[in-house]
Ligand binder design. Structure first.
Ligand code: GRG
Length: 294
């Protein structure tokens, strides 16, 4: 299996589905639908959505493809919302995202805030449309809403903002920020794939561990890319160094951070070692996350 080929094929599937599910740009009031689509297309790696599909495959979710795809798109819309809000002047104040003006620069702040809110709202509308037993759909909504709320992504973002500029290199705070701000949505993507794919309790536990390990890895690698590429990762985005952010390389140094990435990927692979070949895509994604250059 060539992981790059797999990721590219899956990204196309996700892009087509997002285009199908999202309100069309010409629908009234046009500006909000244009802004939503502007933030979603052309996308990034779509890694969270791909994780939903790969986790569904790992638990042999045959016949569950449509629900998995809807959940994958919902998670990608939530990711897009978080990026719009993250770029706002009140948060990270970034003028560029994915190589083009960020949403508030292209439109204006009010529309960007509302486009983020609209993507978040639409994500749950999409989840409510999944045709599966109600318990699974409710469990999926519970899982996602918890992961992106104050005990997950928003909690991580709040602590990140609060710790900005702090001179204390506090390791527990750093871990909290990484596992919540970035890790929670990544981990929940894997768990949702398992739930909607029909995985059992033991599989959910193993995949949850895998999700935690790759989620933390994802942000450490992001920190490393930010340093190595001098902030180029976001294409003209302000680097973490400039923002005096608490990052892994700032606390542990570059070499030790790279070592931790290697160890975390080994742990992620060990978490799913007892799964059969249907988890090979999850294995490939873990390695991709550890080695990614973008
Ligand atoms: C309600 C104000 C408000 C905020 C919501 C903004 C926010 C909470 C959380 C921020 C979460 C965030 C932006 C985390 C950064 C995670 C990260 C590394 C993003 C980049 O992800 P990639 O590399 O991006 O997957 P692509 O472009 O590939 O999709």
């Amino acid at each position: 299996m060539d992981i790059k080929e797999y990721l590219s094929t899956q990204k196309n599937i996700i892009d087509e589905a997002l285009d199908y599910y999202l309100p069309k740009a010409h629908e009234y009031p046009q500006i909000i639908h244009e802004a939503m689509r502007y933030a979603v297309f052309p996308g990034g790696k779509r890694i969270r959505a791909i994780l939903v599909l790969a986790a569904g495959e790992a638990v042999d979710g045959n016949g569950k493809e449509e629900g998995l795809l809807q959940a994958a798109c919902a998670i990608e819309l939530i990711h897009a919302y978080s990026l719009i809000h993250d770029d706002l002047p009140a948060i990270d104040d970034d003028d560029f995202r994915r190589g083009k003006p960020s949403c508030h620069k292209k439109f204006n702040e009010a529309i960007a805030i509302l486009a983020g809110d609209a993507l978040l709202t639409y994500a749950f509308y999409l989840l409510s449309k999944i045709k599966d037993v109600p318990e699974k759909v409710i469990k999926t909504c519970e899982e996602i809403s918890y992961a992106i709320g104050t005990f997950g992504m928003i909690g991580g973002q709040v602590v990140d903002i609060e710790s900005e500029g702090s001179k204390n290199l506090d390791v527990p705070t750093l871990e909290y920020i990484h596992t919540h701000k970035t890790g929670a949505l990544i981990c929940t993507s894997v768990k949702v794939g398992c739930i909607l794919g029909g995985g059992d309790k033991n599989q959910l536990h193993s995949l949850s561990q895998y999700g935690k390990h790759i989620g933390l890895t994802f942000q450490i690698v992001d920190d490393l890319l930010d340093i190595e590429e001098g902030g180029k990762n976001g294409k003209k985005r302000k680097s973490d160094l400039l923002k005096k952010k608490l990052t892994y390389p700032a606390v542990y140094g570059v070499e030790s951070s790279k070592k931790q990435v290697e160890l975390l990927i080994e742990e992620a692979l060990a978490d799913i070692a007892h799964f059969n070949h249907k988890a090979d895509h999850l294995r490939g994604i873990a390695q991709f996350i550890g080695n990614r250059r973008y």
